[in-house]
Every structure is written in structure tokens, then in C-alpha cells.
Design a binder for this molecule. Structure first.
Ligand SMILES: C[S@@+](CC[C@H](N)C(=O)[O-])C[C@H]1O[C@@H](n2cnc3c(N)ncnc32)[C@H](O)[C@@H]1O
Length: 253
């Protein structure tokens, strides 16, 4: 049998936010590679086998998955959210580029998913309604100096910023430093959304000003969205506020 590799994004955590295309790829696969907690979200049949690995072993996992697909298996590599956003799709491409020629002949299908910033944005209103970017605050794969330069550049350019991987036990100070840099560039009244576990039972969405943004309220399950100077908050009686970025600059006075 000819092997095949799917790289699937299962969405932010809620079964309703996994696409039918992702479910079809999962149903068609026999061997699943991924970080354990992501594999735990799948309901697998008896003929489907899982190979869990640590979330720092992405390249090794990609190579194992490619070797297994090259041996003729139907393989699925699983990411949370979208596999192309700070996840396995790029690791698979890196492994193919550096790997044996046979891996280039494999059929590889990337299956998109709802990424965290879209899930959080939908809960808060429309903070990504105008130009935006996504930055991973993890300095495991790039130097912190690059992250600082990028934060200053995009905040100065007026982009809304979605921060992934904001904080962890091994990276406790980076989010606080990021807020300090952003306070040098942006008005302190800029809305900041802490979107935790969007789409999951323990979801928590909070909106504060940049002045009040406290890094201690974020964890690894949080995507932090920092507005642009155009981003607005509509307060509503008895309801959560709506945060949005208008479609045109200077449209609302
Ligand atoms: C390694 S990145 C993976 C991103 C994933 N591929 C995606 O598209 O959402 C992990 C980071 O995504 C964010 N994240 C993932 N799931 C989330 C959720 N349900 N709610 C909020 N943020 C989430 C957090 O910032 C977390 O630290």
C-alpha cells in the first residue's frame, strides 16, 4: 500500500471547532503522532494506533511520522489549532527538505484548523477586524532580541498583535518584558485580551487595558491579543464587552 501523511489541526479544543475535513483525515489514518494531550482529544478505533511524544520533540516526531508513512502506512500528525501556526506542518517541511529523497515523493496533506487567535477573537468580538500579526513569545527557537525588535516594529506599525506561547515555567519573564516594551510604543489604554483555553470547558476571556495587563494572569493555554491604537471596547449592560478593530482607520471619532 502507498503511504500517506496527513498533518491535521484539531482546533482549539472544542469538538465543534474541529472541521469535517480534519475528522475525515483522522478516520482515514491508522498511525497517529503527536503531543500526548492533543492525541488524548481524539476518539480512536481499535485499529488505530497512537505514538505520543513530548512537545519539544517536534523534529524527531516529524521524522518518525515520515519514516512510518514511507513504509506504506496511513499516518496522521496531530496539532492543536492549525498545524501551520507554530506547529507541526513546518516541522514536517523541515524534515522533508533535509531528509532522504523518498520523503519528497510522499503524498502530504496539510489540513487546516481553527487557530487559537481566531477562537479567542471570536469570543471577544472582532479584535482582528483590521491588520494584525501573530508572534510566538517562545525564545526556544529564536533569540529574544529578535522578538523585542518584532514587537516594537509591529506595535509601531499599528498592527493588532496575537501573542502565542506567552509564558511557561521555563520562560517566566518574557511576557512582562513584552508588556513593558509595548507600553513604550502604545497608548496605555490599548485593550488587551487574555484568552485562556478558548473553546474548552475551562475557557476564560478577560479584557483589561495595557496599563493593567498582568503577566501572572496568563499561562501556556492563553493567547494574548493586544489591540492597536484603533481598537475599541463597547461596554454592554450585564454582558461581556465587545472588543473590535474597525475596518478603516479613523472611521470612528
Ligand atoms: C505551540 S502553540 C500552538 C498553536 C496552535 N497550532 C494553534 O494554531 O492554535 C501553543 C500556544 O497556542 C495558544 N493556544 C492553543 N490553544 C489555545 C486555546 N484553546 N485558547 C487560547 N490559546 C491557545 C497558547 O498561546 C499556547 O501557548
Amino acid at each position: 500500500m502507498t503511504g500517506r501523511l496527513y498533518v491535521v489541526g484539531t482546533g482549539p479544543g472544542s469538538p465543534e471547532q474541529t472541521t469535517p475535513e480534519a475528522l475525515a483525515a483522522i478516520a482515514a489514518s491508522h498511525v497517529f503522532f503527536g503531543y500526548g494531550p492533543y492525541l488524548d482529544r481524539l476518539v480512536l478505533r481499535d485499529d488505530q494506533r497512537r505514538v505520543a511524544s513530548d512537545n519539544r520533540e517536534e523534529l524527531a516526531r516529524a521524522k518518525d511520522a515520515l519514516m512510518t508513512a514511507a513504509s506504506g502506512e496511513q499516518v496522521c500528525v496531530v496539532s492543536g489549532g492549525d498545524p501551520g501556526v507554530f506547529a507541526m506542518a513546518a516541522a514536517i517541511c523541515e524534515a522533508i527538505e533535509a531528509g532522504p529523497p523518498a520523503w519528497r515523493a510522499l503524498e502530504v496533506t496539510m489540513v487546516p484548523g481553527v487557530t487559537a487567535m481566531l477562537a479567542v477573537s471570536a469570543r471577544a468580538g472582532a479584535p482582528l477586524g483590521h491588520d494584525f500579526c501573530a508572534i510566538s513569545l517562545s525564545d526556544n527557537l529564536k533569540p529574544w532580541t529578535v522578538i523585542e525588535e518584532r514587537l516594537r516594529a509591529v506595535a509601531g506599525a499599528g498592527l493588532v498583535i496575537a501573542l502565542y506561547n506567552p509564558i511557561s515555567k521555563a520562560r517566566p519573564w518574557q511576557l512582562g518584558t513584552a508588556f513593558a516594551i509595548l507600553r513604550e510604543v502604545l497608548p496605555w489604554t490599548t485593550p488587551v485580551i487574555f484568552g485562556r483555553a478558548a473553546g474548552r470547558p475551562d475557557e476564560n476571556i478577560r479584557v483589561v487595558s495595557l496599563a493593567d495587563a498582568d503577566p501572572a494572569t496568563a499561562d501556556m493555554a492563553t493567547c494574548v491579543i493586544i489591540g492597536s491604537p484603533e481598537t475599541r471596547v463597547i461596554e454592554r449592560p450585564g454582558l461581556a464587552p465587545l472588543v473590535y478593530s474597525p475596518r478603516s482607520i479613523g472611521a470612528i471619532k
